[in-house]
Design a binder for this molecule. Structure first.
Ligand SMILES: *[C@@H]1O[C@H](CO)[C@@H](O)[C@H](O)[C@H]1NC(C)=O
Ligand SMILES: *[C@@H]1O[C@H](CO)[C@@H](O)[C@H](O)[C@H]1NC(C)=O
Ligand SMILES: *[C@@H]1O[C@H](CO)[C@@H](O)[C@H](O)[C@H]1NC(C)=O
Ligand SMILES: *[C@@H]1O[C@H](CO)[C@@H](O)[C@H](O)[C@H]1NC(C)=O
Ligand SMILES: *[C@@H]1O[C@H](CO)[C@@H](O)[C@H](O)[C@H]1NC(C)=O
Ligand SMILES: *[C@@H]1O[C@H](CO)[C@@H](O)[C@H](O)[C@H]1NC(C)=O
Ligand SMILES: *[C@@H]1O[C@H](CO)[C@@H](O)[C@H](O)[C@H]1NC(C)=O
Length: 434
């Protein structure tokens, strides 16, 4: 009696303890951690194979298909499979799910062995890019949750068919650049960027931002590099959303397009160092001057700036005080009593924003002791002394003469008063007055 009971119990326990594979339905075989052992006998006509947490480096699908040739539906979830060997093309697989098994690459070489494939699910793997990919009968493709790398060429994204890739609009870039931003949007931005960049410049997309707080719409923040290209004018054929523009080391003189041309209206950072800019007066009242973040004008030909207008624009600028940077060094600044005191006051006021404050120096003037001195350090008297020592002396002389005349008149007055008190006679001049 007891033996029989034990036998029955063992029989019941056995499949649970040593058996990793069970038949869920007569056609649906599920295996956890291990593939079916050779001695396990399942009907050869199963059509669904489901594997979970398989703990082996290499998984040979060919072996399984050979044993169960009717399989149409293969699902592999989780596990650390390093190599997945594809089956012989003479198979009936229509559905292939490879989810969370660490796939890093998948290509036509692998997929060519699934001529009947209709549904392919590659979610939550480590795919960075899809490269070349074509499956003839494919009806559904799932790609969400992969580590799409948006610093690589994204042309493949734009070739995907939205009716086939069911989660196309859910895909996001992972890691830098553009973490968690919509993959299709980024791919479109980079394509537009390539198409619209002037051939002599280079354009990049360092960042994308949401158009508004809480909005899901993205806007590109384009950086254009046209530095050292021998340009004589501000280029006007830039991509529409150019926000950071490098134009260092050209021969640009005229800044009027900054005020009048649509392309420059919303530029955030403008690098114009080492050009031939003589004046920024025409920027008075411009949108740019009130909204820029970086305006770099070092090494130009500026002698003066409209201090009042600049002060006014900077004060209104939303990037004040921490995000705003301006460079003015290496220009031949005019140092005289008319311009310099106001300019110096402005330099002091915006010292935290002026990137190269100590490089803002008086131009070289032969014999002038302020030549090439930092304007911020000049004393007012050294600027507002008249240019030549002679005229200073003449002024001093005039002052001396005036002072002695005043003394003389006061003396005469005192004398006359004393004389009148003593003698009662009025001064001679009074007797002559009518
Ligand atoms: C599958 O095979 C088993 C045993 O070989 C048989 O009993 C069953 O009817 C078959 N099922 C189908 C759908 O052919
Ligand atoms: C394929 O098998 C999975 C289970 O492994 C099931 O959820 C799915 O519905 C099956 N798909 C088809 C098309 O039979
Ligand atoms: C993509 O595949 C085509 C043929 O299918 C081939 O000619 C081309 O070289 C492949 N491109 C890459 C980048 O692998
Ligand atoms: C993305 O691709 C670039 C270029 O191929 C590579 O240098 C970088 O390491 C990749 N990023 C990640 C997170 O693997
Ligand atoms: C996308 O796939 C559908 C269905 O397979 C097809 O009808 C359509 O022509 C494809 N579109 C493109 C642009 O390839
Ligand atoms: C896309 O993501 C949304 C929100 O996360 C989700 O509700 C939706 O099911 C996803 N679509 C697909 C096709 O995966
Ligand atoms: C712009 O391009 C030049 C080469 O043409 C390069 O030397 C320079 O570093 C680039 N500047 C930036 C900010 O990328």
């Amino acid at each position: 009696m007891l033996t029989v009971f034990w036998l029955i119990l063992l029989h019941l326990l056995a499949p649970i303890k040593c058996q990793d594979c069970i038949l869920k339905t007569p056609h649906h075989l599920t295996c956890v951690t291990h593939l079916p052992h050779l001695e396990n006998e399942f009907p050869p006509n199963i059509t669904i194979l489901e594997l979970r947490d398989i703990e082996q480096d290499e998984l040979d699908l060919n072996y399984m298909i050979h044993k169960y040739p009717q399989i149409e539906n293969v699902s592999i979830y989780d596990g650390n499979i390093v190599r997945l060997k594809s089956p012989n093309p003479a198979n009936k697989i229509k559905v292939l799910r490879l989810v969370r098994i660490g796939v890093e690459n998948i290509g036509n070489k692998f997929l060519a062995n699934f001529p009947n494939l209709e549904i392919l699910d590659l979610r939550e793997n480590f795919l960075q890019s899809l490269g070349n990919f074509s499956v003839g009968k494919l009806k559904e493709l799932y790609l969400d949750g992969n580590t799409w790398n948006c610093s690589q060429d994204l042309n493949w994204v734009l070739k995907l068919n939205q009716t086939i890739v069911k989660d196309l609009n859910n895909l996001t870039c992972q890691g830098n650049p553009h973490p968690n931003k919509n993959l299709v949007t980024i791919a479109r931005f980079t394509k537009d960027l390539k198409n619209n960049c002037p051939s002599i410049c280079s354009c990049t997309l360092p960042k994308v931002v949401f158009t508004k707080m809480g909005s899901q719409r993205l806007e590109p923040l384009i950086e254009v590099n046209c530095s050292h290209r021998g340009l004589t004018h501000l280029p006007l054929d830039l991509p529409a959303k150019s926000r950071i523009i490098h134009l260092e080391g050209n021969e640009i003189e005229d800044l009027k397009p900054l005020k009048h041309h649509q392309i420059y209206r919303k530029v955030l950072d403008l690098y114009l160092d080492n050009n031939k800019v003589k004046t920024i007066e025409e920027l008075e009242g411009s949108y740019f001057l009130k909204h820029f973040r970086v305006f770099s004008l070092s090494g130009n030909k500026l002698t003066e700036v409209p201090t009042y207008a600049l002060d006014n624009a900077l004060t209104q600028n939303p990037h004040m005080p921490n995000a705003l940077t301006i460079s003015l060094g290496g220009n031949p600044w005019r140092c005289d009593c008319v311009f310099t005191p106001v300019f110096q006051e402005m330099l002091q006021k915006f010292a935290p924003q002026i990137h190269d404050l100590r490089e803002v120096k008086c131009s070289y003037v032969e014999g002038d002791e302020n030549s090439l001195l930092p304007i911020i350090e000049l004393s007012r008297s050294s600027v507002c002394r008249s240019p030549s020592e002679y005229s200073v002396q003449a002024l001093d002389l005039l002052n001396g003469v005036l002072a002695s005349l005043i003394l003389l008149i006061l003396g005469k007055l005192a004398y006359d008063y004393y004389y009148f008190k003593k003698t009662g006679r009025l001064p001679w001049i009074v007797t002559k007055m009518p």
